[in-house]
Design a protein around this ligand. Structure first.
Ligand SMILES: [Zn+2]
Ligand SMILES: [Zn+2]
Length: 245
């Protein structure tokens, strides 16, 4: 499958959001890493909420999931849920994989690459920090690292979507500049990679959505849910804003 086809599988054109909001949640963490819910609790909540698609996107960094064999148990758990509830909503296996260099490196094993339906590429701890942490960096350095990490993801043929653009920069330092955000969106769009719309990081939300519409991007909806009540909250946030052409 080509990279273009990969990205399109679980996304819609951003401009379609002017007509409808898909009932999706494409960014969920569970007790397998730093979330608090079980797979089953998330599925029950999603059905109650009325979602039609959920994608579990567990962290792959070893400091989140240090216990042995977590990935096969995670997959088995999701497959069991799919067997029991697959007639009520689409349940997909994904992971949130960090960029590990400024090319196409990802924190993902070959087994994961083979099994998962969806890979959410992410800029968490930036590559090549040489022992420093994000907190040690100056403002301009953080922006530069975030930009280079995201631009690498925007051309990475292994991923389906990019998580929370500018999220690490915003969390540790300052809002990520709009012009650079636009460049990342434009490059990802050229490569058929979807952009995650995430209300927890993209504020104001309408500004980010409009940027995606202007760049004719394809998008997924993700809350980065770590608690069951957060699953689907991106849908609620989108319902509250009025999008304009
Ligand atoms: Zn993340
Ligand atoms: Zn996440």
């Amino acid at each position: 499958m080509s990279a273009i086809d990969r990205g399109k599988r679980f996304s819609i054109p951003a401009k379609d959001l002017l007509r409808y909001i898909p009932l999706w949640e494409c960014h969920i963490h569970t007790h397998y890493a730093d979330g608090t819910s079980t797979i089953r609790q998330v599925v029950d909540w999603a059905i109650e909420f009325g979602l039609t698609r959920i994608i579990f996107t567990e962290h792959t960094e070893p400091w989140h999931t240090s216990w042995e064999d977590w990935f096969s148990k995670y997959v088995a758990d999701i497959l069991l849920a799919r067997k029991e509830y697959g007639d009520q909503l689409e349940i997909l296996i994904g992971i949130e994989a960090p960029a590990t260099d400024f090319e196409h490196g990802l924190g993902i094993t070959p087994e994961m690459m083979k099994i998962v339906d969806f890979i959410l590429g992410t800029a968490h701890r930036y590559p090549h920090l040489k022992g420093r942490s994000v907190k040690d960096l100056k403002r301009d350095e953080i922006i530069d690292y975030e930009y280079r990490t995201l631009m690498a993801l925007a051309a990475n043929p292994h991923i389906d979507a990019i998580a929370h653009i500018g999220g690490t920069c915003k969390r540790y330092c300052c809002p990520f500049p709009e012009e650079l955000t636009r460049q990342v969106i434009r490059t990802a769009t050229l490569h058929g990679i979807a952009i995650e719309i995430n209300h927890q990081y993209h504020t104001p939300l309408y500004g980010f959505v409009n940027l995606c519409i202007e760049e004719d991007a394809i998008v997924t909806l993700g809350s980065d849910a770590h608690r069951v009540e957060e699953v689907g909250s991106v849908v609620s946030a989108l319902r509250e804003i009025s999008l304009r052409n």
